[in-house]
Design a protein around this ligand. Structure first.
Ligand SMILES: [Zn+2]
Length: 72
């Protein structure tokens, strides 16, 4: 029962960190849930709309384009 209450509380206070592409959630987790498309066994496209796998916070997934300027 306490677990259900805790889950409900987590859903009510779902953090929103969308806007800045990130590799990790502020909670410390680097595991993200994203929607993606596979082709020949490889990921060819993914949505930037991501969710932390640990705390459920809403995040923006990174793309290679986000780091292109930083490398030059
Ligand atoms: Zn998190």
């Amino acid at each position: 029962m306490w677990l259900l209450k805790r889950k409900r509380k987590q859903l009510l206070f779902k953090q929103n960190f969308r806007g800045i592409p990130t590799h990790a959630c502020p909670c410390g987790s680097v595991l993200l849930n994203v929607k993606c498309i596979f082709e020949d066994g490889e990921i060819v496209m993914w949505f930037t709309e991501a969710e932390c796998a640990m705390c459920g916070a809403l995040l923006t997934a990174p793309t290679p384009e986000d780091y292109r300027d930083a490398e030059v």
